[in-house]
Design a protein around this ligand. Structure first.
Ligand code: GCB
Length: 745
């Protein structure tokens, strides 16, 4: 019999380093905490990049009742980032990697009094990933700690945190059958394995044949089987599994069980405002509810191994998952072993989850590292490890936008994906379209996807003329409208994931009116507010619950004579009422636009319904008949509401260069770099200016100069957007514009 005791209470926390011998002294002191716990829930979320990164200790006495049983193990579901576990002053284990589970054996080491002391460290170093990335590296025992008591004969518990059972289903779609191989690891002579009501006795593994197999079929029918294994002495383990088939095609994208199944979804980080990464089961469940509401078919669980509870929820809800390790941003020559051990643990611990389709080798690893021999070899070793451990899944990686598309690194994983931020950090929205068109034309046989795209928005900021970089809810919505269309027009993209579903902590950030947050979420960090862009995807993806959403609810005060009212709906006809009077009706898909005059305060109501013979909405018949509605208030004001504007200086920049004021026969900062460079005089002005700034920022300038792909992208950007991005001040932009206006085309 296996007994599992969750060690939730009774921990004494010491914020700082101590020696393990002195741990017992803290049993009567220290701060008393319950698990899960992180010491960075506040300082890791308030900006300044100054959160505590060091060693802390968790100390607890184990009671005789907790330590009873023949053999005893302790399990840490997640200790960030490096942990050392001591029992009565003697070290049991050291574990490097903050996201995977690990165990240690206590059998034979127990005394009369048993004091457990765990040091946890999230300090920077050169061997354990992640070290450089855009999220807070919370420290702590932020997942459950459990004691596992088992008989002398038991399933393996130590190796890479294994569940002791590995289930491999192979589906024959034409025959409606599955062959299910169940392997187990244990120290007994034999094992009884049961699948689908059939039991076999074997030494280690057995294969089962399932007729009329019930497929795990994505969101519509995520059917789960259970495989269980039992040893003669009574120890037992089980694993849920799903019978499904994944395929990818460079022209047609992703296939689930033989049918086209576009992976359209979002990424998720495991943290929450005020709690950090110390999430409870109910927090995971609440996140999954939001994902279900959105209607995403896929999740990228970035940038590390997530909690088992969450992969379980993905299995149960039919999500298709990209799982990855935190090999991110910067390759560390001393970190190779750590990438391999984190990958070994990820695959060992997550293998049975039917939701996982691909293993991600790395994320934007060339952002701060050259593609050299060591980096390539590290990727090859990781890729081989994945294939060796798992012949049923593909490998992939998330490439940084400026990685040359013919870089040898792209040949390593089975399939690829790019993170693109054109239209946010740089460039124009259309460059996303161009990027994929060029890539797909040059490499028609390669499977390609979009692993990240997004734009930050603080829902306090609003504009009727939204602009890249303004942090308004309206720009984020416009950005995603473009991206949604771009994606829909390119069905070959095997997977696309919005960055990010939720705002998350990045303590190094201080922008868009908030400290310590990346605000690319479709939903706020505390999950209390869905930004307009959330409803865009809900309108496009949720085919179950009819709904309509009026955009701009928080943009109440508008200083304009007419205003745009935008509506998102998954129904095809929207009728708009202003102060109770019908003001328009539109039939279309997803996005509906109206313009109305503004005179005072108005009550706006949108009603959506399926019209005519449209049968495409597969929601249930009752729901289909009903109209759904939404309402809000807008108000005419005489002056723009200042509280809606984040970056007043940047907003002003756009206004100075109203095209009407510029002489169209001469060059201006509104021209692209390419156009300016095509003229010898204008080109000379630009080159001189760039040489000056290169002198002060040599490293960056060099990497741009040596990167033709980046040069090409920059060439398509307007001079003003390049300057704004580089943080140029108002006077120097005006100055350059005056010079350019003196040069005839
Ligand atoms: C990226 C990274 C991700 C960042 C994101 C951003 O490319 O992979 O970790 O958070 O960009 O928002 O800049």
């Amino acid at each position: 019999m296996r007994k599992i005791t969750v060690l939730k209470d009774g921990w004494h926390f010491v914020h700082g380093d101590i020696s393990p011998e002195t741990a017992p002294e803290y049993l009567n002191g220290g701060e008393s905490v319950t698990l899960p716990h992180t010491w960075n829930s506040i300082d890791g979320q308030d900006g300044g990049n100054d959160y505590y990164r060091g060693t802390c200790w968790y100390i607890r006495e184990l009671t005789p009742a907790e330590t009873s049983g023949e053999c005893l193990f302790i399990e840490f579901a997640g200790a960030a980032m490096t942990a050392e576990v001591y029992l009565n002053g003697a070290k049991l284990v050291r574990h490097e990697g903050g996201f995977s589970a690990f165990r240690a054996e206590l059998t034979g080491k127990l005394g009369e009094k048993n004091i457990l002391a765990v040091s946890v460290n999230n300090e920077d170093n050169t061997t354990v990933y992640p070290q450089k990335a855009d999220f807070t590296f919370y420290g702590g025992l932020y997942r459950e700690v459990r004691l596992i008591s088992v008989p002398a004969e038991h399933f393996e518990l130590l190796k890479d945190g294994t569940p002791g059972i590995k289930v491999t289903p192979e589906v024959d779609l034409a025959a409606h059958t599955a062959m299910v191989t169940v392997e187990t690891w244990h120290n007994a002579g034999s094992v009884e394995i049961t699948v689908n009501g059939e039991t076999r006795t074997a030494e280690r593994s057995a294969t089962f044949f399932i007729r009329d197999v019930h497929l795990w079929d994505g969101m519509d029918d995520p059917y789960l089987y259970t495989a269980s294994a039992k040893l003669p002495g009574g120890d037992e383990v089980s694993a849920r599994f799903g019978c499904r088939r994944f395929e990818v095609d460079p022209q047609k994208g992703f296939f689930l069980n033989g049918r086209s199944y576009p992976l359209r979804g979002v990424s998720r980080h495991q943290d929450l405002k005020g709690k950090g990464n110390a999430l409870l089961a109910e927090d995971h469940a609440a996140d999954m509810e939001i994902i279900r509401e959105l209607g995403a078919t896929s999740l990228r669980l970035a940038h590390y191994q997530h909690a088992q509870e969450f992969y379980d929820l993905c299995d149960e809800n039919g999500l298709i998952v990209w799982a990855e390790i935190p090999y991110i941003t910067m390759h560390m020559p001393g970190g190779r072993e750590n990438t391999l051990s984190q990958m070994r643990e990820l695959i060992t611990q997550c293998y049975n989850h039917p939701s996982i389709a691909v293993w991600g080798l790395s994320n934007e690893i060339t952002a701060a590292s050259a593609v050299d021999g060591d980096l390539l070899e590290n990727h090859r070793l990781l890729n081989d490890l994945c294939h060796h451990m798992d012949s049923t899944r593909l490998t992939t990686m998330a490439d940084v936008f400026m990685l040359e598309t013919d870089s040898p690194i792209l040949d390593i994983p089975d399939i690829n994906s790019y993170n693109l931020y054109f239209g946010w950090y740089l460039g124009e929205l259309e460059q996303n379209d161009e990027f994929f068109d060029e890539y797909h034309e040059a490499h028609p046989d390669r499977v390609i996807g979009l692993s990240e795209y997004g734009a930050d928005a603080n829902p306090a900021f609003h504009s009727s003329v939204p602009e890249r970089g303004d942090y308004t809810e309206e720009y984020q919505a416009l950005y995603h409208e473009h991206m949604l269309k771009m994606i829909e027009e390119r069905p070959y993209l095997w997977a696309t994931h919005v960055w990010n579903l939720f705002d998350f902590a990045a303590d190094g950030r201080d922008e868009g009116g908030k400290h310590g947050e990346n605000q690319k979420g479709l939903v706020t960090f505390d999950r209390s507010l869905r930004k307009d862009a959330f409803y865009l995807y809900k309108a496009a993806w949720n085919r179950k619950t009819p709904f309509v959403h009026l955009c701009g609810k928080r943009y109440v005060n508008r200083a304009e004579d007419t205003t745009e009212i935008k509506v998102y709906s998954n129904l095809n006809t929207v009728r708009l009422y202003v102060d109770g009077v019908q003001a328009g009706e539109e039939t279309g898909r997803t996005v509906f636009r109206f313009r109305i005059p503004l005179t005072g305060e108005h009550l706006i109501r949108a009603e959506a319904f399926p019209s005519g013979s449209v049968q495409e909405f597969p929601g249930d018949a009752d729901a289909r008949e009903q109209a759904v509605s939404d309402s809000m208030c807008v108000r005419r004001v005489s002056e723009p509401d200042e509280s809606y504007i984040f970056n007043k200086a940047a907003a002003a920049v756009t206004n100075w260069f109203d095209s009407a004021d510029l002489d169209p026969d001469c060059f201006s900062v509104q021209d692209t770099l390419e156009v300016l460079r095509s003229n010898p005089r204008a080109g000379a002005v630009i080159d001189a200016m760039m040489a000056k700034s290169a002198a002060s920022r040599g490293d960056v300038a060099d990497s741009v100069k040596d990167n033709p792909a980046l040069q090409k992208m920059l060439g398509r950007m307007t001079m003003i957007s390049l300057l704004k991005q580089a943080g140029a001040d108002e006077e120097s932009i005006l100055q350059l514009n005056r010079v350019l206006q003196g040069i005839h085309r």
